[in-house]
Design a protein around this ligand. Structure first.
Ligand code: NAP
Length: 307
C-alpha cells in the first residue's frame, strides 16, 4: 500500500550501499524521501532530493534542518565504515561516527522525529556469538568503539532506536571494493589472490532486504535496540566460496586462514560477529536465509561475471 507523502523521511548516507537501497525502497513505498551524501553525489539517484551535508559539522546539520522542513523519521546510515581506515585516521572516524551521530541526534530532537541509527554487530567482542540486544558490548577496534558511542547518544533520546546489522551487497550505481562482497567480486573478477577468514562468522543481510525491514522498524518499536540479520550464519570463507563459484574462470588463489594470522597492519576483528534475531522475529520481521541473500546479490552480477 502506498503511503501518504506526509510520511517524510530523511536518509543520511544516501550515497552508501544501504542508504541508496533505503531511499529507493522508501520512494517505491510512497514515502517522501530526502537523502544526504557527503563526497559522492554521483552515487545517489538523480531524480529526487539529495542534499550535501557533512554530518561532522554542526553548522551543516543546522543548515540541513532549515532546508528539509518537517520530517517524521530519520534513518541514520552515514558513517565512516572502513575499519582499517578508522583505525589509522581516528580523528576523522571520531568526527563522523561520534560527533556526526550526536549532531544527527540533535537534529532528530529539534524535529521531534524518530531516529533509527544503523550500528554494527562488531560492537561485541565476538567471543561467543548469538548476541542478544541485552548483552554487554565490548568493541575490539576503534570503528566499533565509535559506533558504540553513537549508540549511546541515540539511546539517550526518547525516540532513539539502534538497529545492529551487517549489510552486504553490491552498490547499485557502482563503486569498487567498498564492502566485503564488493571487494570479493572485484578481486575475483580481476583474478587477484586473497585471504579468506575461516573463523569470522556473520549473519549478514543484503542491503536490499534490509531496506524493506528497516522501514517497518518505526512501526513495531518505539525505542531501544534491535538486531536484524539472516537466520543462518556463514564464515567469510564460506561466503567467499559462494562468490568464487560464480566465476568459473577465476585464476587467482583464495587462501583460507584464521583472522589471527592476517599479515600486516590490520585492525582487530571480532570472530563470532553474529547475533540473536529472536526479538525482531517476535516483532513480526521476516528475516531471510544468508545463502539465498548471496544468490540474490550475485544474480544481478551473473551476466558480467560468467565471461
Ligand atoms: N559495510 C559494512 O560491512 C557494515 C557492517 C556493519 C554495519 N554497518 C553500518 O551500516 C551503515 C551503512 O553502511 P554502508 O555499508 O551502507 O556504508 P557505505 O556504503 O560505506 O556508505 C557510507 C555513507 O556515509 C556517508 N558519509 C561518510 N562520511 C560522511 C560525513 N562526514 N558526512 C555525511 N555523510 C558521510 C558516505 O557519503 P559519501 O560517499 O557521499 O561521502 C556514504 O553515503 C553504517 O552505519 C555502517 O556503520 C556497515
Amino acid at each position: 500500500m502506498k503511503r501518504s507523502t506526509k510520511n517524510k523521511i530523511l536518509v543520511t548516507g544516501a550515497s552508501g550501499l544501504l542508504g541508496l537501497e533505503l531511499t529507493r525502497c522508501a520512494k517505491k513505498s510512497g514515502y517522501g524521501v530526502i537523502g544526504t551524501y557527503n563526497e559522492n553525489p554521483n552515487l545517489t539517484d538523480k531524480d529526487y532530493v539529495n542534499l550535501k551535508c557533512d554530518i561532522g559539522v554542526a553548522k551543516a546539520v543546522n543548515f540541513l534542518d532549515k532546508k528539509i522542513g518537517k520530517i517524521n523519521t530519520i534513518f541514520h546510515c552515514a558513517s565512516m565504515t572502513n575499519i582499517d581506515k578508522c583505525e589509522k585516521n581516528r580523528e576523522d572516524c571520531w568526527r563522523v561516527n561520534v560527533v556526526g551521530t550526536r549532531n544527527i541526534t540533535e537534529l532528530a530532537k529539534k524535529q521531534g522525529a524518530k531516529l533509527i541509527y544503523i550500528s554494527t554487530g562488531s560492537v561485541f567482542s565476538g567471543v561467543k556469538g548469538n548476541y542478544k540486544e541485552s548483552d554487554t558490548p565490548d568493541p575490539k577496534n576503534f570503528y566499533s568503539w565509535t559506533k558504540l558511542l553513537g549508540e549511546e547518544a541515540v539511546l539517550a533520546y526518547n525516540q532513539g532506536i539502534v538497529v545492529r546489522v551487517v549489510p552486504i551487497g553490491i552498490h547499485s550505481i557502482g563503486r569498487p571494493q567498498a564492502n566485503f562482497i564488493e571487494w570479493l567480486v572485484d578481486s575475483v573478477s580481476n583474478n587477484r589472490s586473497f585471504n579468506l577468514f575461516s573463523d569470522v562468522y556473520i549473519n549478514a543481510i543484503s542491503a536490499k532486504t534490509l531496506a524493506g525491514l528497516l522501514l517497518k522498524v518505526p512501526e513495531v518499536l518505539s525505542k531501544g535496540i534491535l538486531h536484524i540479520g539472516s537466520r543462518d550464519r556463514l564464515s567469510k570463507a564460506e561466503i567467499g566460496q559462494v562468490v568464487i563459484s560464480k566465476f568459473p574462470n577465476f585464476s587467482g588463489e583464495a587462501k583460507i586462514i584464521s583472522v589471527d594470522n592476517m599479515p600486516g597492519n590490520f585492525a582487530a576483528r571480532p570472530k563470532e560477529m553474529w547475533f540473536n534475531i529472536d526479538k525482531a522475529a517476535k516483532l513480526g520481521l521476516k528475516m531471510p536465509n544468508l545463502k539465498d541473500e548471496l544468490e540474490l546479490i550475485l544474480q544481478k552480477n551473473d551476466s558480467n561475471t560468467k565471461k
